[in-house]
Design a protein. Structure first.
Length: 206
């Protein structure tokens, strides 16, 4: 497995016109929340898209605009694990299955895979890079697809369970969210296997 290094950065920071190598960027959204799904995205860009950045650094409006361009200008695959699968199998196994599925669906001759982070979760053929979503446009595109897809799901859950404010905090362990759990208990989309840590700052939860 190739990890964060100058070699990796040079290998994956290439122009889309290069026919000798095709990069599939992979990222996820929803690893740490107390409720809702984990969403993973794999993206192979077919045309250049300006303005790609780590989804966390973009406004919601810009993410939405880029989301539509990515859908139009890429080969992509989304994998969604709901709260029940996360509780049953654990987040690590879900991520491993997501990586395997993306590799299976988007793989082919000349395709390489780069996952944001420092672990391939034991899946062969997956390179990793810490902060790849801020450096590699294919991974940035995957981060946008995953985040927008998950945010839309959580918006709908906000309408279904209005007491919890999912449309605002997206299921993360904010003070507002923890206070709602303490007052109303768990709702059907909470991850029962995740522990609530009341004394962490909100900033560390995102």
């Amino acid at each position: 497995m190739v990890n964060k290094s100058k070699k990796v950065k040079n290998l994956f920071n290439f122009d889309s016109e290069n026919d000798d190598f095709i990069l599939c960027g992979i990222d996820e959204a929803g690893r740490g929340p107390l409720a809702g799904p984990l969403v993973m995205a794999g993206v192979i860009l077919l045309r250049r898209i300006n303005g790609l950045e780590d989804s966390k650094l973009l406004t919601e409006a810009k993410r939405e605009r880029l989301y539509e361009r990515i859908i139009e200008r890429s080969r992509m695959h989304l994998v969604i694990f709901d709260h029940k699968e996360i509780d049953r199998d654990g987040i690590s196994l879900c991520i491993r299955r997501g990586l395997e599925e993306i590799r299976s669906v988007l793989g082919g001759e000349g395709v390489g895979f780069l996952f944001d982070g420092n672990s391939s979760y034991g899946v062969p053929g997956i390179a990793t890079m810490v902060k790849a979503d801020a450096q590699i446009r294919q991974v940035a595109a995957a981060s946008i697809l995953a985040k927008v897809t998950r945010d839309r799901i959580m918006q709908k859950y906000g309408e279904a369970f209005p007491l919890y404010g999912f449309e605002r905090h997206k299921g993360y362990g904010t003070r507002e969210h923890i206070a709602a759990i303490e007052r109303y208990g768990y709702c059907p989309i909470h991850r029962r296997s995740f522990q609530i840590k009341k004394h962490r700052s909100e900033e560390k939860l995102f």
